[in-house]
Structure formats: C-alpha cells, structure tokens
Design a protein around this ligand. Structure first.
Ligand code: GCO
Length: 483
C-alpha cells in the first residue's frame, strides 16, 4: 500500500443543504418554497414526508458544529433558504432569516470552520414559481437581487460563494420529468430553465463581485454526468457525445466559455427555439470563477441506438433530458448502493483529470461525494476515542453504526481524488455528502447518506464508522492507495 499525502492547504469538508437539514419551515417569517408545496402532492415523496422537520439544524446548529469540530473538517458547505431572506414577492429583507445565518456563520468562524455558502440549493420561493419559476426570465433578475443581499449581509463571513448547486437537477428533474419540485414535465420549459439558471448564475456572480470586489471567491457546483461509451464504435461515441452535450455542455459552455455549442440548438429544435436567449446573455453568464465544484456519485454507461427512438414530448417520471433519442442508458453493474447507483471511483479520477486538462487554470473542488446504504444501529457498544484535546474526544454513548460499505466507498473515492492529483488534476478540496442523514428529496428519509446518523424520532446524532474514518483521513491528510 502506498500512502498519498495531500497538500497542507487541501480543504476537507462536509456538505448539507437548507431544505434537507434545517426544518423550522414556519419559523421566523419563512414562507413556502417549491419543495414545501411539492411535498404536499400525494405520491411524489416515497415515504410521504417533507423537510418540515428534517434534522432540525435550525435549532441544533451549535450541536452540529461540535460534530464538525470532532471530525476536524476545515469547511462546511451549507445553503441559504431564499424564502427565509425574501419571504414575499418584492418585499423587504427578512432580518430574522438573515440573523439565523449570521448566527450559524459566526459559530462556524468561532470553530475555525470555513463556510462555503451555496446561494441556491433548490428551495425557490413558491411565489416565484407561481410566476413561472425558472421558466420566467424575471426569476434570474430576482436571483441577482437575492445574491446581492446575501453578499451585503454576510460579506467576509463567507469564504466561498457558490451560485448554484446542480442546475441540471433544477432544470431537468424540476421541469423535464417533474420528479423534483415544481414537478413539471415539459422539455421546452426545462430548456428555458437551463438558460435562465445560467443567466442567474452570471447575474449572481456579478452581483456578489459588485458588492465584495473582484477578490470575492465565486464558484458554481455542477453534477457533471460521467457518461462512459460502451465501446469505441461510432454509434456509442455519438451517444456519449449527445448525452454529454445536453447534460453537461449546456452549463459548462456558457459558464466557462461564454458559448452554447450550436449542436445543442440543432438537436433540441423540436423542443425549443431557444428564443429565451437575448443579446449579451452569454457575456453575462461567462463570469470569472475561482473554482468549479463537482458533485460525483456514480457513472452512467451508454451505447448508441442504430435506430433512434421516436421523439416524444416529456413524460412525468421518464427521461428527464431531451434529445436523447440515440442514447441507450445501460443498467448499472456491480454492487449498487441503496440508490441503485454503481460504484466506479475511476470515473471521479478521470473527470477531474479531464476537467483540469480542459480548464487548466480552474481549481476544482469535489463539493459532494458519498453513498447511501441501509444502516443499522448497534446498541450497547461504547466506543471512546481520544482526540488531540478534550473537545475532540469522541464518546459514542453505547450506539454506533457499522457501515463498512460507506467506509469502503469513502476510501475508494478519496483515493480516486488522490490519483487525480497524481495525474496532474488541480483539486483543492473534498466535501463528504453528507455530514448527516437528511431529507433525500423524492426519497424522503428512506435513503441515508450521512457519515453521522440522525435518529429522526429523537434528533439524536449517532456516529457511524464512516464518520470516524473520515475524521482519520482529515487528521492524517492522507489516504492509502491500493497500488
Ligand atoms: C444532489 C444534491 C444533494 C443530494 C445528494 C444525494 O446531488 O442531488 O446536491 O442534495 O442529496 O446528491 O443524492
């Protein structure tokens, strides 16, 4: 076994998102987001739940920061709930909402943990959805006002500003096949949403730079899909290219190169004329970024179809992405996680290496990586681990989760980051998804991604082996590689 040592300034973190952990949806003036509304629709959330309580981090952030201290992480990636900041259409800033995040950010500072703040992790105010949500250009302008407000309110308390988390999901799962809020299945609308999310990214970056100056550290997090062609036949390569084009290039192109690949317009012509794009939008979208965040979980193997499928309108719950008629997605192989996703750490290495070749000056951060498994709690087994000081000692109080599969996934994927670094990729950080088990969108509380367990009946946090293992990785700033 070879040991890979990370650079001293490598950022180790853990991530969550407002609607998935905060709860307190009616508190201090917050109004509904599209996820509150969506969760009320029968049948869309597998256990019929919502983020109404979630992990109650709104009240328990101090306790959660204690856990972060014990993990020893350098950074916490959190998101701000827009309807806490602007509860009404065109209304005033809600100071109580701002104050919550000020308390949280200050407590993180005191704990010497850097906040990485995502300004949008899917909880759009419902009043904006009532006016078309991301299909309406006005939402991008409202987002710019919101971003400006956050920059003014939080200023240098934030280390890294992330404009968006996974606009792919907002556009394609929200408006393409409707399995996410707001639950609309319409490819034309999904493509309008793609553009308006891109535009909002640019406007938001401009707004934060406008308030905090050019040195403000701005990023965006994309879930670039890792499509692997089944062979190097022309048809399989074409399928991969098509899948990449509509899932990845629609965001990478405008944000990092100031252009949409013209092929995007050609292949989506039956679904959209892209008349939502206005002059100088691409200039706005193409803003200087300090880093690119990448969320990585699994790969998708594809092959080409000699006879393309018929073009159809979007269907609820079916293929979220338009223009995939030549793409055949193959069933995942090997041991699958509880999400039914494959485990292919090489996909992470290769993506990081390729991105660094394409954008050599752009530091990359793995802003999410993790796995869901059906965990069991072991009782009556107390583990105590001495830390560097009393504050970092860990007592598991007779309850622990042994999650060898999550530990193996974690080791393999941190190892994959190390291999990417060895191959020259410019990676500056890694964030485990997630700090805690939480509300997993349409899967409700049935899928657990935490490196720390949440007992939803009592809100008690319970250590998992994966949390203890992550603590070791962070402490050692190193990982063993199997070759
Ligand atoms: C996403 C989101 C997270 C998820 C996580 C696990 O990638 O969908 O950013 O909120 O919870 O990825 O699915």
């Amino acid at each position: 076994m070879k040991r890979y040592e990370f650079l001293n300034r490598f950022i180790w973190g853990a991530a969550t998102a407002s609607y998935q952990v905060e709860g307190a949806i009616h508190e201090d003036g917050r109004t509904p987001s599209i996820w509150d509304t969506f969760c009320e629709r029968p049948g869309v959330i597998s256990d019929g739940s919502s983020g109404a309580e979630a992990c109650d981090q709104y009240h328990r952030y101090a306790e959660d920061i204690e856990l972060m201290k014990k993990l020893g992480i350098d950074a916490y990636r959190l998101s701000v709930a827009w309807p806490r900041i602007f509860p009404e259409l065109g209304g005033k800033v809600n100071q109580k909402g701002v104050d919550y995040y000020l308390r949280l950010l200050d407590a993180l500072r005191d704990a010497d943990i850097k906040p990485v703040v995502t300004m949008y992790h899917w909880d759009l105010p419902q009043y904006l959805e009532d006016r078309g949500g991301w299909t309406n250009r006005d939402t991008s302008k409202r987002y710019a006002d919101y971003a400006e407000t956050l920059a003014k309110a939080f200023g240098d308390r934030v280390d890294i500003w992330t404009t968006f988390n996974e606009p792919w999901c907002s556009a394609y799962l929200g408006y393409g096949n409707g399995i996410h809020a707001p639950g609309i299945a319409d490819y034309g609308k999904a493509l309008d949403a793609v553009h308006h999310l891109n535009l909002a990214h640019g406007l938001g970056a401009q707004a934060v730079h406008g308030v905090l100056g050019d040195q403000a550290n701005i990023s965006v997090t994309l879930n670039l899909a890792v499509h692997i062609a089944q062979s190097d036949s022309e048809a399989d390569i074409a399928a991969k290219r098509r899948a990449d084009l509509i899932s990845n290039e629609v965001f990478l192109g405008p944000m990092l190169e100031g252009r949409y690949d013209p092929e995007i317009f050609e292949v989506t012509a039956q679904d959209s004329d892209w008349s939502c794009i206005q002059e100088s939008d691409l200039e706005i979208i193409h803003q200087p970024l300090h880093s690119l965040g990448l969320n990585y979980y699994a790969t998708t193997h594809v092959q080409g179809l000699e006879t393309p499928k018929q073009h159809t309108a979007a269907v609820w719950g079916e293929n979220p992405v338009p223009a995939q008629e030549i793409v055949d997605v193959l069933p995942p192989e090997g041991e699958l996680t509880a999400m039914g996703w494959n485990q292919e750490p090489e996909g992470l290495t290769n993506t990081l290496v390729e991105l660094s070749k394409r954008f050599p000056d752009l530091p990359l951060m793995v802003t999410e990586n993790g796995s869901a498994w059906d965990d069991d709690v072991s009782e009556g087994e107390a583990v105590s681990i001495e830390g560097a000081n009393a504050e970092s000692d860990i007592e598991t109080h007779g309850k622990i989760v042994h999650d060898p599969k999550r530990v193996a996934y974690l080791n393999a994927h941190v190892g994959a980051v190390a291999k990417a670094l060895q191959q020259g990729a410019n990676v500056i950080g890694y964030f485990a998804w997630s700090l805690l088990d939480n509300f997993e969108w349409s899967f409700g509380y049935t899928k657990r991604f935490g490196i720390i367990r949440v007992d939803y009946d009592t809100q008690v946090r319970i250590w998992k082996d994966s949390g203890l293992r992550y603590r070791e990785i962070v402490h050692d700033n190193a990982i063993e590689l199997d070759e």
